[in-house]
Design a protein around this ligand. Structure first.
Ligand code: PCA
Length: 189
């Protein structure tokens, strides 16, 4: 029989359960797809982008471009020049990135890949839509361009306080333009 206990066991075994209690109710899921905003190495043309779309770690679909509604400090830090969105809303710049629809499997992979929750934490962020890819409206929440959508994103509160003194960017590019040494891909570490 389908008991409350077995229903709870299913819910608590989903990869994002520990965050579920806290997430903004405007994050909607469609089947198992959820919207994620990426601003760093997971974007198109960046070193880890392939995970988002090649299907090897789960299903992901590019959905559009956006920028954070609030300002955040986006810094390039650590020994490997990794981009970090510091969880200090109101400081820094509005940060541009891309919105993807991802399934549970890819979300779980991304949590592990981003060393969540030790290095980054996945939390809701309000994103202003800059451009939609023409993929319909699978979540039933697709706002107009310039409208707002709450997405998950990997930001951090577990950063070194000195990182607040680093330069803040509005866009990350692992291949230069920011005057910092380039991102060091995992394969090279
Ligand atoms: N990967 C995640 C967080 C920072 C990073 O390099 C992203 O692209 O959003």
């Amino acid at each position: 029989m389908f008991s409350l206990r077995s229903a709870l066991a299913i819910v608590t075994s989903t990869p994002n359960y520990c965050w579920q209690k806290k997430i903004d109710r405007t994050i909607k899921t469609f089947g198992k797809m959820i919207n994620v905003f990426v601003y760093g190495t997971l974007k198109k043309g960046q070193p880890n982008h392939h995970y988002m779309i090649d299907g090897t770690k789960g299903k992901g679909t590019y959905w559009g471009k956006g920028c954070t509604d609030e300002k955040y400090p986006l810094v390039i830090a650590g020994n490997y020049n990794i981009p970090f969105l510091l969880n200090v809303p109101g400081t820094g710049q509005e940060v541009t990135g891309e919105i993807y629809l991802v399934d549970d499997q890819l979300l779980k992979f991304l949590d592990e890949f981003e060393s969540c929750p030790e290095l980054y934490q996945r939390r809701p962020v309000r994103v202003r839509i800059l451009e939609w890819d023409d993929k319909g409206d699978p979540l039933g929440v697709k706002p107009d361009v310039d409208g707002m959508l709450t997405c998950f994103s990997y930001s951090t509160s577990t950063y070194d306080q000195d990182w607040l003194k680093l330069p803040y960017y509005n866009n990350f590019d692992a291949f230069g333009m920011h005057g910092q040494p380039n991102y060091n891909p995992r394969e090279n570490r």
